[in-house]
Design a protein around this ligand. Structure first.
Ligand SMILES: [Zn+2]
Length: 254
């Protein structure tokens, strides 16, 4: 289902100054993530965009056509799920799928969209990324789907993206690029980088031929391990905790 927020009344914004003061940290988060896109080689020029959720009805998104280097906090427009925007620069032309993902996925706190090189090349063949490597599970399932092509900025593209993202944190967009979502910009950015890395590996494996896919049972095991990764629940029974202090632990192990 695509939540378009139609009929929702956007929260009244008292003044632009009020909005600016309220959202200083998430504006900085949008700008930092935009710059990281370039630094990580995931964006070229002004391609791609980043948004951060403010609350259940509003988000901040990178503006259209502004070089990431010159972005300042006041350049970041605020958009309501009802489709109203506030600020001095208009939002990215892809604001629709950002709005619809926030509407459909309450757990999503940030969205990164890229035209990263290899993932986009793969998407230009209409292919998603199957379970060729266990890290595919980083996007939440046994594959990373590729949404069918629709013109950029359209409702049709947005609907296709929301469908391809069902139970996933990332998808490809045919003949276009990548969407990665996360609880915050850092998580979404990390996943966008992982999708690009997987696309590089998958294309290399395709070129070699004879790609072997992991089966459903193995991907379920990996997904379960990812769910508990880094928690006590995931503790390896053959690895015993020896204490928090390294010196003492080293002495004890002698
Ligand atoms: Zn795009």
């Amino acid at each position: 289902m695509t939540a378009r927020g139609r009929g929702a009344v956007p929260r009244r914004v008292a003044s632009r100054k009020g909005v600016m003061a309220e959202a200083a940290a998430p504006r900085a988060e949008v700008i930092a993530a935009c710059r990281a896109l370039t630094r990580f080689g995931l964006a070229h020029g002004t391609s791609g965009n980043v948004s951060v959720r403010l609350d259940e009805r509003r988000f901040l998104i990178s503006p259209t056509g502004v070089a990431y280097d010159s972005l300042r906090p006041g350049d970041i427009p605020l958009v309501s799920l009802a489709g109203r925007w506030f600020g001095r620069l208009p939002p990215s032309s892809e604001w629709r799928f950002h709005r619809d993902i926030y509407g459909a996925r309450p757990e999503v706190g940030a969205i990164v969209h890229t035209h990263s090189r290899q993932a986009t090349a793969l998407a230009c063949t209409g292919r998603g990324i199957p379970a060729f490597h266990y890290m595919v599970a980083a996007a939440g399932g046994a594959d990373i789907r590729c949404a069918p092509y629709h013109t950029f900025g359209t409702q049709a593209l947005s609907d296709a993206a929301v469908t391809a993202l069902k139970d996933r944190s990332a998808c490809l967009l045919a003949n276009h690029g990548v969407i990665a979502v996360g609880r915050d910009a850092r998580a979404a950015l990390k996943l966008a980088g992982e999708v690009e890395n997987l696309a590089v590996q998958y294309c290399a494996a395709l070129a070699l031929g004879g790609v072997r896919l992991l089966d459903e049972a193995e991907m379920s095991r990996v997904l379960e391990k990812f769910r508990t990764y880094g928690t006590l629940e995931a503790a390896d029974p053959e690895l015993e905790f020896g204490g928090a202090r390294l010196a003492r632990a080293a002495k004890a192990s002698r």
